[in-house]
Design a protein around this ligand. Structure first.
Ligand code: UDP
Length: 271
């Protein structure tokens, strides 16, 4: 059983990743990943960084080498955004990909926490939000262990030491970081060694997941979600996001160019 678990753990970590505009994405189904994560929590003694990527991540990585390095350094990159899922299907039709958002991952980790009594630490988000999200997670996943929350810090280095001390004291092995992108990815990359030393085995940047789980930010209507237009709904509710979302049309153009280029390559490669 232990050997089986360790083998499955290695599979995830060592897997080569298909890329979208240079960003590697971990293939697999939503049901495979949680069992790999559980195996790592039970038997792993290193830190597993799971990044939940969307088109903005891909575009950040193209313009910010430090972000690209941090993302490449993460052991698992899940497909969070609908635009990235579509791009994967266009560019890598043979690869199995399922969307695995920060919210889904948070719920799955709460299930795992309940199953194996692994403590979760909820870092970041607005005042009281992580605590509210934690209470809801325990309600929906009885037995989930919220080992601690801290919303008073920031992703800036001056708060690193206090974050480490609080996480270590909590005994959590699962850490959810809600500092938004790109800050949470930089934060996790910078703090990797300290987190591993503090006993954390799985760390995830989950963006606005606590805002949704706590009910402070409403879900987009289901039709909007089905159409993959959450970004548009979010833009309508939070217009200050327009500057960040300027990269999205550029993402679409680059994907179309890549799609045409790779389709054009196929006959040549096949020869
Ligand atoms: N956040 C935070 N401190 C910061 C920046 C962001 O706690 O300095 C929190 C914010 O309150 C929200 C979460 O990070 O709960 C995600 O932010 P955002 O929605 O911008 O991230 P995205 O999901 O778009 O990456």
């Amino acid at each position: 059983m232990a050997a089986e678990a360790a083998a499955s753990d290695d599979r995830v970590i060592a897997e080569s990743r298909p890329t979208v505009l240079g960003t590697g994405v971990t293939s697999g189904t939503r049901t495979e990943m949680p069992s790999d994560i559980t195996a790592h929590l039970m038997h792993g003694d290193t830190l597993l960084h799971i990044a939940t990527a969307n088109p903005e991540y891909v575009m950040f990585a193209r313009s910010d080498p430090a972000f690209a390095e941090a993302l490449t350094g993460s052991e698992i990159v899940t497909v969070d955004g609908a635009g990235l899922a579509l791009a994967m299907r266009m560019l890598h039709p043979a690869v199995t990909i399922e969307r695995f958002t920060g919210v889904m991952l948070t719920h799955d980790l709460a299930d795992i926490s309940a199953d194996i009594e692994a403590g979760m630490f909820l870092l970041g988000a607005g005042p009281g939000i992580a605590e509210q999200a934690g209470a809801i997670l325990v309600q929906q996943h009885p037995g989930a262990v919220i080992a601690g929350t801290w919303d008073d810090g920031t992703p800036r280095a001056e708060h690193d030491a206090e974050s480490h001390a609080r996480i270590r004291a909590s005994g959590a092995t699962i850490l959810l970081v809600a500092y938004g992108a790109p800050a949470q990815i930089h934060w996790i990359h910078r703090n990797r060694a300290a987190l591993e030393d503090a006993g954390v085995r799985v760390v995830v940047g989950i963006g606005g997941a606590f805002d949704y789980i706590s009910g402070n930010v409403p879900w987009a209507p289901s039709l909007v979600r089905k159409l993959g237009l959450e970004w548009l709904y979010r833009l309508a509710r939070e217009p200050w996001r327009w500057r960040r979302q300027l990269v999205l049309p550029q993402f679409v153009m680059l994907i179309l160019i890549e799609f045409i280029r790779t389709k054009g390559d196929l006959p040549r490669n096949a020869r």
